[in-house]
Ligand binder design. Structure first.
Ligand code: TYM
Length: 333
C-alpha cells in the first residue's frame, strides 16, 4: 500500500444517471486526484435505498455508475473502486457511531429536512441516519481528504464532530478528515434556476443535464438556460448567476481558465455563448458515453473490478472496525 500518500475517500449514489453537476463537483476531480493520493472510491448503494428504489433499476444503475467512473478515467489499477454493500464494516461502524450521534444533530441536517419534505410518505430512519453511514464510510479508511461538492459540507462537518467525539471518549482512533472543494464547480446550478443546485431529482429536468443525455438534448437544454438582460459574458456569481454557472461549466469542460473563457466571448451574444457551452459539453460527453457503453458489455471485467475492490476495501475497513470494537469493550475471541 502507498503509505507515503494521503488517503482520499469519496462516493457517489447510484440513483438515476449522474448529472454534469456530479461530474464537475466530484467524479472529474477523482480522476485528477488519483496520482497524488491513495484513493478509495465507492458506489454508495446503501445510501441510495434511503429513498425507495426499484431493485432492478438499482442493480442497473450500480453497474452503470461503475462503468461511468472507469469511462471518465478512474483507474481501478490505481484506486480502490468498490460497492458499499460489499463491505459489511460500513453498516457495523455506522451502528457504533450512532451511539455517538445525537438525534437533534440529525434532525437539523439540511439534506434530511429537504428530503423529508420531498418524500413525506417515507421519512424512514435510514434517511435520518444517512450522515452517520457517511461518517462510517469516511472514518473506516482513516481518510485524510474527502473531495465533494458543497452540498456535502454539512455531512463532512458532522463526520469530523463524530470522529473527534469518539477520539476524545477513548483515545485517537480515527483520522479527522478535511473536505476538498473545488474553486470552480463545487456547486453547479440548475440551468433554469441557477440559485438551486443541479439535481437528479428536480421537478423540471430541463434544467438538469445528465451524463447520459444525447447531443440534441444537451443543446436544447443549454439553449433554454436562464441568463440575464445584460448581454455580457462575465463571471460574477452574485449579480450574474446564470451566466456565471454556464461559464463554470464551459471552463471545466474545455479546461480553459475563467479569463480565457470571458475573453473568448467578448462582444458575442448569449445565443452564441450558450451554443458553445452546449457543444463543449456534448463533445466531451460523447467519448465517455461510448466507453461506458463498451464497458457495460463486459460484465466479467466489471465484476472483477468490484471483487478486487471489495477485498481491498474490506481489508482496510476491518482494521479500523477491530480497533473500534476493542475500544468500546466488545469482547473478542
Ligand atoms: P451524491 O451521489 O448526491 O453526489 C455525488 C457527488 O456530486 C456532488 N454534487 C455536485 N457538485 C457540484 N454541483 C452540483 N450541482 C452537485 N450535485 C451533486 C456531491 O457533492 C457529491 O460529491 N452523500 C454523498 C455520497 C456519499 C459520500 C460518502 C461522499 C456517501 N458516502 C462518503 C463522500 C464520502 C451523496 O449523496 O452524493
Amino acid at each position: 500500500m502507498q503509505k507515503d500518500k494521503k488517503i482520499l475517500y469519496s462516493a457517489v449514489q447510484p440513483t438515476n444517471s449522474l448529472t454534469i453537476g456530479n461530474y464537475i463537483g466530484a467524479v472529474k476531480n477523482f480522476v485528477a486526484l488519483q496520482e497524488e493520493y491513495d484513493c478509495i472510491y465507492a458506489i454508495a448503494n446503501m445510501h441510495a435505498i434511503t429513498v425507495r428504489q426499484d431493485p432492478a433499476q438499482l442493480r442497473r444503475n450500480t453497474l452503470s455508475l461503475l462503468a461511468l467512473y472507469i469511462a471518465c478515467g478512474v483507474d481501478p489499477e490505481k484506486c480502490v473502486l468498490y460497492l458499499q454493500s460489499h463491505v459489511h464494516e460500513h453498516a457495523e461502524l455506522a451502528w457504533a457511531l450512532n451511539t455517538f450521534t445525537y438525534v437533534g444533530e440529525m434532525e437539523r441536517m439540511t439534506q434530511f429536512k429537504d428530503k423529508s419534505a420531498r418524500h413525506a410518505d417515507n421519512i424512514n430512519m435510514g434517511l435520518m441516519d444517512y450522515p452517520v453511514l457517511m461518517a462510517a464510510d469516511i472514518l473506516l479508511y482513516q481518510t485524510d481528504v474527502v473531495p465533494v461538492g458543497v452540498d456535502q459540507r454539512q455531512h463532512l462537518e458532522i463526520t469530523r464532530d463524530i470522529a473527534i467525539r469518539f477520539n476524545n471518549a477513548y483515545s485517537p482512533t480515527f483520522t479527522v478528515p478535511e473536505g476538498l472543494f473545488m474553486k470552480v464547480g463545487a456547486k453547479i446550478g440548475d440551468l433554469l434556476d441557477p440559485a438551486k443546485k443541479m439535481s437528479k431529482s428536480s421537478e423540471n429536468l430541463n434544467g438538469t443535464v445528465f451524463m447520459s443525455d444525447d447531443r440534441d438534448t444537451i443543446m436544447r437544454k443549454f439553449r433554454r438556460a436562464v441568463t440575464d438582460s445584460e448581454a455580457c459574458v462575465k463571471y460574477d456569481p452574485e449579480t450574474k448567476p446564470g451566466v456565471s454557472n454556464l461559464l463554470s461549466i464551459y471552463s471545466v469542460f474545455t479546461g480553459k481558465s475563467m479569463e480565457e473563457c470571458e475573453r473568448e466571448f467578448e462582444g458575442k451574444g448569449y445565443g452564441d455563448f450558450k451554443a458553445a457551452v452546449g457543444e463543449a459539453v456534448a463533445d466531451s460527453l460523447a467519448p465517455v458515453q461510448a466507453e461506458q457503453a463498451r464497458l457495460l458489455e463486459d460484465r466479467q471485467y466489471l465484476d472483477g473490478v468490484l471483487k478486487a475492490g471489495a477485498a481491498n476495501a474490506a481489508r482496510r475497513a476491518g482494521r479500523t472496525l477491530a480497533k473500534v470494537y476493542k475500544k468500546i469493550g466488545f469482547y473478542q475471541i
